[in-house]
Write a protein that binds this ligand. Sequence first.
Ligand SMILES: [Zn+2]
Length: 462
Amino acid sequence: MLRQLGLSAAVCLAVFGYQVAQQQTVSLVVTNGIVVTVDSARRVIPRGAVAIDGRDIVAVDAADVVAARFRGRDSIDAGGAVVMPGLINTHTHAPMVLFRGLADDLALMDWLQKYIFPAEAKTVSPEFVRAGTRLAALEMIESGTTAYADMYYFEEEIGRATRAAGLRGVLGQTIIQFPVPDARTPGEGLARTERFAKEFAGDDLITPAVAPHAMYTNDPDTLKACRALADRLHIPLITHLAETQDEVKTAAEKYHATPTAFLDSLGFFGPRTLVAHAVHLTADDIRILASRHVGVSHNPESNMKLASGIAPVEAMRKAGVTVGLGTDGAASNNDLDMFEAMRQAAFLHKLVAGDPRAIPAPVAVEMATIDGARALGLEKEIGSLERGKRADLIVVSMSSARQTPMYDPVSHLVYVTRGDDVTTTIVNGKILMRNRQVLTVDRRQVLADARAFADKVRAAVK
Ligand SMILES: [Zn+2]
């Protein structure tokens, strides 16, 4: 009897010892969630977990498998909510949240010339950009965006505020032919870009970029200089492309080409080029974008609100062009909610194709995650929940009346979920929001600062 007891104790110890030896301590385990991985097999794990160590994902598996292998110093019980890759907003102008709702329902040129340009000329400063970026960061964290691409002025301020908020950014310093708040000439803008790129070289979160505003707001020499700078510094190049019929007309009159063919003739489409909108494209333009591996940001809400047109998203996807989703600046949207961008993309392309099978829910989710990562050249780091990638993920509650019942979590993410349903946001392994509590941005201060700037904006457009 004693011998038997001794033996089973030894077996127990051996088993226990084995488990201890196998269990690895990691920084964070997010468990008990429906894990929508967006990996190459598009796995959805009904009761899954993600183990995170430092900035990296070390395991994505069934919750019991992860529990057997990993013990988190910190843990989050998702309680049956969806755990998914953080959303990637491939086009915005973060500080423009301070112009949200300033002027709506106007013709594009009236909107730009009577409101946006005068407001920008009189109010955009480093302080404005800082306050605006903090507000945008707060909104993005609260609505599940973990990475974004930006184009604006004083981009170094945007970089600092983005890094302080803990978000990931591909941030483009705007280059434009006429005097703007942070540069009197394109040459000054390029010099600013170079300083900005040096400040953030090798940064874990911020990828600096050069962002000529558009082909119609820069001359060919400036556009070529932007490409050359991007090549020399090995940084991405971002621009607006073929957004409106006016732009197509300008390109035809000045250069006897489409905007896309014109930029291609300059050698503009090199490595890591991202274009926003790509609304008015010919079949040849689509072939150019595909052959040059240009990433496209599709902005359905901005394109609808400004009546710019409908981007040929299905044709681009068929031709092999990577198409991510964006919100555009909040002045033309009027929010940064990527769940809405997913839903509007799905609805718009069904309507225009006359086919409810166009942009199905899984594709809308891919566009907002892995395809967005690809468009930014960051697909090895982010865009899906996979071992070895950075831990950029969100927890999305599925418990509201609006989300009940749930047959298919991917359908729900696109057709009934809102940014407000996000409860937890994690970037680079760091928790930025936990149970709706934002930890990296002082919410009250940021809202107060934004309201104070609104008074200056009001005065500027009077
Ligand atoms: Zn834009």
